[in-house]
Write a protein that binds this ligand. Structure first.
Ligand SMILES: C[S@@+](CC[C@H](N)C(=O)[O-])C[C@H]1O[C@@H](n2cnc3c(N)ncnc32)[C@H](O)[C@@H]1O
Length: 272
């Protein structure tokens, strides 16, 4: 078994930190345990900008959903690795603009499923799927009737690919992205960002810490060019692939002291 290939358990493991609960803790949420907060503190010791990254990433998610609804009339969202309910969940942002927007949330963390059933699966236009995001065929089957597969869909992979290992088979993140891009109807979009660093020591230290902390539910911090490769064959829209704080920012760029330097969430949006 390689990193990131450990099957997720179906019970809530309160002794091992989970990526979903750690992210919730970093965002200031309350759906997490002491083990998750301790692991966040360890992470903050070696990568102090981690909390800033989580918040910047969540703001990017809201911005990108708003942009796709407003500028491209996207009404359907397939959110891979949706995370625990938080501020500005995808359906809240999208349905605030157009109430018939449909959102399917996919996550394999049992806590996300438990809380998602009440907070994310809120109306007839939302659904929560308990699945590994790499099980694309299962996800397509689960959403066969939910989405209109003749109309554009935005597939979101926001802050999730670093949870997945590289493999030489169809479990590889690149293979998964290709499968989804091939399945999506014309006019669809892909949103991809993940944690990257140009500093080899940061990549190694964070990857080791997260792999150990989560008991193997982690992939790796990548280099920007490795993320660029996931966009091969797709049309990247302006402003290109960037630190997500710079992606169509609706506020002035953060001053240097509020910018992460050791690692960043990096990516962008492509049309199909
Ligand atoms: C950092 S959170 C990102 C949440 C949300 N996308 C956001 O950007 O606000 C990563 C999420 O991916 C989920 N995840 C990790 N590996 C997964 C997998 N193989 N299949 C489905 N979900 C996964 C975790 O459970 C967690 O909820």
């Amino acid at each position: 078994m390689v990193y990131g290939e450990k099957p997720q358990t179906h019970h809530i493991d309160m002794d091992t930190p989970s990526v979903a609960r750690m992210y919730d803790a970093l965002l200031g949420g309350v759906t997490n345990y002491a083990v998750d907060r301790d692991a966040c503190n360890e992470l903050l010791r070696i990568a102090p900008s981690t909390q800033l990254l989580a918040r910047n990433n969540r703001a990017f998610l809201g911005r990108v959903v708003r942009y796709l609804v407003e500028e491209h009339d996207i009404r359907q969202f397939l959110d891979h690795g949706s995370g625990l309910p938080s501020l500005e969940n995808v359906h809240e942002v999208a349905q605030d603009l157009y109430e018939d927007c449909r959102v399917a949330y996919v996550d394999n963390d049992p806590m996300v499923h438990a809380f998602g059933r009440t907070t994310l699966d809120e109306n007839d236009n939302t659904m929560v799927i308990d699945a590994d995001m790499r099980d694309s065929e299962d996800i397509f089957r689960a959403t066969a009737e939910f989405f209109d597969w003749k109309k554009p869909i935005a597939a979101l992979f926001v802050s999730v690919l670093h949870c997945l290992a590289d493999t030489n088979n169809d479990r590889d993140p690149g293979a998964m992205i290709k499968r989804v891009a091939t399945k999506l109807p014309a006019g669809s979009f892909l949103v991809i960002c993940q944690l990257v660093s140009n500093n080899a020591a940061v990549r190694t230290k964070v990857t080791q810490l997260m792999d150990e902390a989560t008991g193997g539910h982690w992939g790796r911090v990548r280099k920007p060019d490795e993320v660029r490769a996931y966009f091969e064959g797709l049309t990247i829209i302006e402003p290109g692939l960037v630190d997500v704080v710079d992606w169509k920012a609706d506020t002035p760029p953060p001053p240097p002291e509020l910018r992460a330097t050791d690692w960043v969430e990096w990516g962008g949006v492509a049309s199909i």
